[in-house]
Each structure stands twice: as C-alpha cells, then as structure tokens.
Design a protein around this ligand. Structure first.
Ligand code: C2E
Ligand code: CA
Ligand code: CA
Length: 578
C-alpha cells in the first residue's frame, strides 16, 4: 500500500517537515492579504498515564480524535502532528480562541471515564521569524502551562524567550562557574538574643559572573533544581565553607559555626550525608562547626529518606535545622515528625501586609517559640530588620535572630575583617552556657520544675526572670510580664530599678542574694529565699542554670512572688517585718 510521506500515518495530519514547506506559502499569502497568522501548539497532558489505563489502542483513539477535532475547529488551518502528543497549527482569519476552547472541551470530555486535558500555546506571528522559531515560541507559551490546570492556553510574549535564554545561560555556565570560582559563599551572621553576640552564620550562595554580573540565588537555584544539578552547587558551598573555615584559622581567628543550605533534591541525587562528611573530614573541619538547613518543602517528598538523612547527620554529630518554618502552606507536622535542633521561623512572620497580620504575628510568635522549646528545639527568627522586632523576639524567648538589623550577607573577605574587628563574637566555650539559658522557658515557668509548681500550688503565670552574676554584679538577662507586674507590686517599679537595688550591697536582701548564689552554684539545688521588700513579705526560688566557662559568669532562673498578699487573701495576717 502506498503511503503519503507528507502525512502522519495515525492521524492523517501533516508531518513536521511538510508543515514547514506549506507554512511558508500561507505566511506569504497572509502578508499579501494583510491578515494575522497564528501558530498554535497543542499538548495532550498525561498521554502515558492514559495509555497505561486504556492501552495503546485507547491512546491512539484519543490522538485521532484530538487531530480530527483540531482540524474541524478551524476553517483556515494547516495542521500537523509534531510528535506523540503534540500538534502544531498555523491558522488565520478564524476565531482563534473559540477554536481553542472547542478543542479543549471536546478532548476533555472524549472519554467519560477519564478527563483529558489539552493545553495550547499561541504565538501571534511576526514577519521575518522563521517557521521553526515560530513553532518554538508557541511551544514555549504552551510549556508555560506545565503543571497548571487553571488555564488551558497561554499567549507568547518575549519575556518567555528571555527567561529561557537566561536559564540556558545558567546551565551552560554552571560547571565552569564552579571550576573558576565564580560561585562563592556569602556569610550572614546569626546573633544570640541574649548578649547580642554573633554565635554563627549562614552561608548563602552567590554567583558572580564576569559577563552577567551578580546572579541571584532566586534565579539559578530553581533552574539547578529543575535540571537536577543542585547537589553540585550545595556541595560546592560546603567546599567553600571548609576552605574559608581553614583560612580563618590560619589568620589566627576563631571560626564560628556555619550553616549550609541543602535542597530537597540533594538526598535523592547523591548520598548527601557521605558527601558532606567527606568534605569536612578532608579539610579537618569539626562536624559540630557546620550545621545543615533544610526547607520545609523537602517534606512533601520522600519522608522515609528524610528521616534517615536527619538521623545520619545526627549520628555524625551534625545539627539539622528546619528552614522557612511556617512559610507557604506549611504544616506543623514537620516538627512533630522530625527531630530538628533549631526551628528557623520564616521571614514572612516579620513582614506584614496590614495591621491585622502584624497583630496576629505578635500573638503567634510567642506560641511558636514556646512550642519549639517544649519540643526541645531552639528558635531563630529570620528577616529581623528593626530593633523593635528584635526586642520583641528576645522578650518572648526566641534564642537567635538573623536579619538586616544586624548585617546583610557579605563576602568572606568582609566577614573576616568584621570578625577580626568585632568584640561581640561569642566564645565557643560560652555556647553551651547560652544554649542552656535559652532552653529555660519563662513563658511557662511551671515547667521548669513541676515539683516546685505543685509545692506552690500555681500552674502558670509565675513571675520569672533569668539573672546573671558576673564580676561581682548581678544583671537581668530575661524576664516575663508577670515578673514586671511583681516588681511594680512590691514598689520596685522597673527592671532597671530592681537591678540597681540588687547591686546595692548595703541592703541586707542583696547581701542575701549574693551569698545564696554562691551556695546554689555548688549544690545546683533549688534555693528557697524569704525576704521583705518594704512591708511585703516575698518568697523566691532560684536554681543555677549554668556557668560560662569562658568568662566565669553564671546564671540563675529566679521565680519570686509577693507571698504576703496571698496569705492575706487566705485570711492570715503575715508577720510584720522586724
Ligand atoms: P534562605 O535560606 O531562607 O536565606 C535567607 C534569605 O533571606 C537570603 O536571601 C538572605 O539574604 C535574605 N535575608 C536575610 N536577612 C534578611 C532581611 O532582614 N530582610 C530580607 N528581606 N531578606 C533577608 P538569598 O541569599 O537571596 O537566598 C535566597 C534563598 O536561596 C535562600 O533562602 C535559600 O533558600 C536559597 N539558597 C541560597 N544559597 C543556597 C545554597 O547554597 N543552596 C541551596 N540549596 N539554596 C540556597
Ligand atoms: Ca537558609
Ligand atoms: Ca529561610
């Protein structure tokens, strides 16, 4: 049987090459008549799935039907099949969008047992453009719809081409960018809320291309993720971090713990734990000096693999932090299901579109911090841009902050200079001390010691503070609202005034505090204090949290209240002060 080689055997539409030949004639004709030609690229979604369900014969029937409908829906059209499930149409003078809608609707309802989507990309032809380029532009418009089912057609504009060219440039230059050192780690400090010391930093990838300039991660990371090359970037950053770590040590500076970001694909693309470990060990970087950040989106995928990955990082002594917590449509399940060391609260909580969202953030943040603490995780707030935000976060017990209020990400050279000049870098020996202070939850002081709260018969809302003794002086590190109320109640009025009074060693109460603090330091037991503040009989309990090995400072959690008032309420007259 003779077969027309210009036509596709299955559908009878033109083949790709014959389409191009005929297209030229139509384009010439349109130019002469002054009509606007359009290229339309149709793509049937999920043909493979359809084939699996209904067999190849079923799939063929669908394609034949689609081809037939495409031809039927346009009067003036050159129609072709470009591949399995792709059709290209050159049309003019028809009602384009009506035709596309008809095709879409017919294909959608072709098989009552299965909805089949067909999407279309439209290119309004511009004179001078090659036929192949015109088809490509229609395809670009169609590809734009990949994975979205809210619309079934899209019209080409030049931004699609520009996007693709940039993406291509990223892919073309990626390997050489790594080799030639154009990809670097920038460092943004992480600040401890108590004491304001720099306690770590985050390495953020920067691509400084000699021709294209600075390419932002927002641009190249999605491209590298889609092309499954992202693990090369992440491991390159691990290498940079190790390299910079050694350079700091060589310059006589003490390095600080550094976080690296992993993509959710890394676990699938390589043995990421082994690859990271190999790099740290090669450079001799201690495992506890590099922390891993993973974003929440990692959890949509393979939960089992993620569990294993986190466990393996922990097993080699590395911390795993959850990044962007609370962003998008995220779920609380991730902190229920997985063991993280630190919860990084997404910078969205610092942004607010209106008064209401600001107010709600202020309500939610303390609970997030509180919840994390009770789950044994620290919190870090990202994107802190003002000192007001910082003071608020500190007051609710958020242990760490990061954001422009402190510093923007900076090059290694700038970071090294800052580190050398700064006095406010946390000594590594103080890390455990501050971590222990951060773990104390003043929001719910009854959880500090359940026996004690039972003894006092009070479930929550106890006035509580953390006080530090250093160099013969006492200062407040942190306090809750009830504590301020308590100070007002006993006539101390403010934290500042109370601090002043406590340091006044002519006062017998103060002498008592200092003496007790030395005693409690040795035993680690709860101290029970009873003292008068004016007419008020007060009781207090205090227990050592930790001693800072670097400075000799030590901190107490301190719970105090005006017991005289409670006695009066219960009908007892408290003894007057002698
Ligand atoms: P991220 O991990 O959440 O990093 C925080 C981003 O917020 C950084 O953007 C940082 O510059 C920015 N930022 C920090 N403080 C503030 C602030 O106060 N205000 C505002 N508005 N922004 C602040 P950057 O460096 O552009 O990175 C964007 C994202 O790209 C990162 O978000 C991370 O998801 C990804 N990324 C960066 N480097 C890497 C990498 O090496 N590997 C992987 N897989 N992803 C990376
Ligand atoms: Ca991060
Ligand atoms: Ca983040």
């Amino acid at each position: 049987m003779e077969h027309d080689t210009n036509r596709d055997q299955l559908t009878g539409l033109l083949t790709m090459s014959s389409f191009a030949d005929y297209a030229h004639d139509i384009l010439d004709q349109c130019e002469a008549d002054g009509t606007q030609p359009h290229f339309v690229y149709f793509n049937v979604s999920n043909l493979k799935v359809y084939n699996n369900r209904f067999g190849f014969e079923g799939g063929d029937e669908l394609l034949k039907f689609a081809a037939h409908t495409i031809k039927e829906s346009f009067d003036h059209a050159l129609a072709s099949r470009f591949g399995d499930d792709r059709f290209v149409l050159l049309t003019y003078g028809d009602d384009l969008y009506e035709g596309i809608e008809r095709v879409h609707e017919a294909v959608r309802t072709f098989n009552p047992e299965s909805v089949t989507e067909i999407s279309a990309g439209v290119y309004d032809y511009e004179p001078g453009v090659e036929v192949s380029a015109a088809c490509d532009r229609a395809k670009l418009a169609c590809d734009y719809l990949n994975g979205r089912y809210d619309r079934y057609y899209h019209v080409y504009d030049d931004s699609l081409l520009a996007d693709r060219n940039r993406r291509q440039a990223v892919l073309d230059r990626f390997y050489s960018a790594i080799e030639e050192g154009h990809i670097q780690a920038y460092y943004q400090p992480i600040v401890r809320s108590i004491g304001n010391g720099v306690c770590g930093c985050e390495a953020l990838a920067r691509w400084i291309d000699p021709a294209l300039g600075m390419i932002s991660p927002a641009e190249f990371i999605p491209v590298l993720e889609e092309s499954r090359l992202i693990h090369h970037l992440d491991l390159c950053i691990v290498d940079r971090v190790c390299h910079d770590y050694l350079a700091l040590a060589e310059a006589g500076l003490s390095p600080i713990p550094t976080n690296v970001n992993l993509s959710r694909y890394d676990m699938e693309l390589c043995d990421i734990v082994a690859e990271v470990q190999k790099r740290l060990d090669k450079h001799g970087v201690p495992h506890d000096m590099v922390n891993i950040e993973v974003t929440e989106s990692a959890f949509a995928h393979n939960q089992q693999l993620l569990h294993e990955t986190i466990d393996r990082f922990h097993a080699i002594g590395m911390q795993v932090w959850i990044d962007d917590f609370g962003a998008g449509y995220s779920s609380l399940n991730v902190i229920r299901e997985f063991d993280f060391d630190v919860v990084k609260i997404d910078l969205g909580f610092m942004r607010h579109s209106n008064e209401q969202s600001l107010e709600r953030s202020r309500i939610m943040l303390p609970h997030l911090v509180n919840m994390s603490k009770e789950l044994g995780m620290q919190t870090l707030a990202e994107g802190v841009e003002t000192m007001d935000q910082f003071e608020f976060l500190k007051s609710v017990g958020c242990e760490k902050v990061q954001g422009y209020a402190f510093a923007k990400p900076m090059s290694f050279e700038d970071a090294r200079e800052k580190l050398a000049a700064s006095e406010n870098v946390e000594d590594s020996r103080s890390r455990v001390y501050y971590d222990n202070i951060g773990a104390v939850n003043l929001m719910r002081p009854h959880t500090i010691d359940t026996n004690m709260s039972r003894e006092m018969g009070i479930a929550s809302g106890l006035p509580a503070a953390i006080v530090e003794f250093y160099d013969g002086k006492i200062r407040y590190l942190l306090w809750n609202d009830s504590y301020v109320d308590y100070l007002v109640d006993i006539g101390m009025n403010s934290i500042e005034n109370s601090e002043k009074q406590m340091n006044d060693l002519t006062r017998p109460q103060s002498q008592g505090f200092f003496a007790a603090s030395e005693k409690g330091k040795e035993t680690g037991d709860w101290l029970h204090l009873m003292f008068y503040e004016g007419e008020d009989l007060c009781t207090g309990m205090a227990r050592l949290i930790d001693i800072d090995e670097a400075t000799g400072a030590f901190s107490y959690v301190y719970i105090a209240f005006n017991v005289g008032r409670y006695l009066k309420r219960a009908g007892y007259e408290p003894p007057k002060q002698a």
